[in-house]
Design a protein around this ligand. Sequence first.
Ligand code: ADP
Length: 518
Amino acid sequence: MEDARELLRKYYGYPDFREGQKPVIASVLERRDTLGIMPTGGGKSVCYQVPAMMLNGTTIVISPLISLMKDQVDGLDSIGVPATYINSSLSYSQVETRIRKAARGEYKLLYVAPERLESERFLGLLTELTVPMVAVDEAHCVSQWGHDFRPSYMRISELVSQLRGRPQIAAFTATATDQVQEDIIRHLQLRDAGVFVTGFARENLSFTVVKGENKRDVLTSYIREHRDEAGIVYAATRKEVDQVCEFLKKQGVSAGRYHAGMSDKERAEAQEQFLYDEVRVMVASNAFGMGIDKSNVRYVIHYNMPKNMEAYYQEAGRAGRDGEPSDCLLLFSPQDILIQKFLIEQSVAAPERQQQEYRRVQQMADYCHTTQCLQRHIVRYFGADLEQDCGQCSNCASPDMEMTDITLEAQQIFSCVRRMRERFGVTLVASVLKGSRNKKVLDFGFDELSTYGLMKQRTEKEIVDLIQLLVAEGYLQLAEGKYPTVSLTPLATEVLVPGGARVVQRIRNKPAAPVVKD
Ligand code: ADP
């Protein structure tokens, strides 16, 4: 490890590995197959580049993005590490020359686009090399559960098996769901792999969820206050991108737009203008970002709730890649959940896949409803934890939040859900607790339940918020699907037993009533 640190200092000029990188590098250096799950910007590259410099032979790096490949190789060139790439931008003779040089051991790293692995002849050429390690970047592309499945990633294990002496595999991704993780291990045929979920906390990012406010007002006032800074505004649909961009321009904001409905040329221009600070704010769909490396993005605003936590964190994580304090705002409205569900419904995915996507939308909504530290909520989602709350997200920093014991309210809600046999949605449960006389309540005879009207002193909206909070904190769960029914989890059962667990929540206090002077 000391040797690796020395190389890091000498070639990259960094004093030490980041905490998140250390266990990954240690595992790679032990020559174990390794799966490193780290967020975008977490510093995956050095986790295979530094070991590659220490190993005998040429490490093959599978990377899906041609532009990134070139950037990486240029970067390595500039610090004096011999590396090259092979992809469709080269002629056949250029490819052969590079392979020949590689066979002579002239490169420490050889970047290869996965599509190349489809060619038997090309695979044959690679078998001439001494390859101690195959590094797989964006390894989630091997999984159909991930968001960018690439069939050619399925060829990687074949490559590995053809190479002499079964090189070790080091795979990296920012996608951390169990399913994707399992797929990576299975399809890449990792052996006894060290798996590390690490570095998901981004201390320089302050997360904020804004609910129940006019999105355009919040957007303009934020951007006005950060006039000289670069930021990205993500919107859910192309139409919304166009509208928000027009709106900002009318407000005198230097804004550009980017979405998949624009021509390649238009998109390239928009990207350039943003990279070179000719426009301050990029309004974009989720098509924008994979592969952009602009380090001084000071804020990322989600105008709509994205489809899942991975997508959110990846997009929000484009703020502050230079380590400077940056903001990530999510402007939530309940309508956003409907948009995402609609998009799933319209998709051609298999039914079980759709169910899974609905569940992921719900997890995203949980993030919007939680009153916990937002950074902690994210890190926990990715399977890690924080030592302490971040102290700077909108939940941590909110002066009107305080710890409140809501055990009684929680018990009332849980017992109502149970009496309704866990077969109905949030709205109806709230109506029953409120003691509403709406038709559905009466038709089902819910006005006969002992829990009917138990929370009549609250508004239905408050009750819905409380239920959503209890979902977000894992006491209640919503069934997957378009019309989610609410049911109890084992955590709720522990609260219902006499003398059982208590529910303590950070609750937003109601603002004090304005003093009316006459
Ligand atoms: P990823 O591929 O995980 O998105 P990169 O490998 O591009 O991230 O690294 C993100 C940034 O962090 C780069 O600018 C990189 O040079 C920097 N970086 C990586 N490791 C360290 C380190 N140990 N100390 C300081 N900066 C680092």
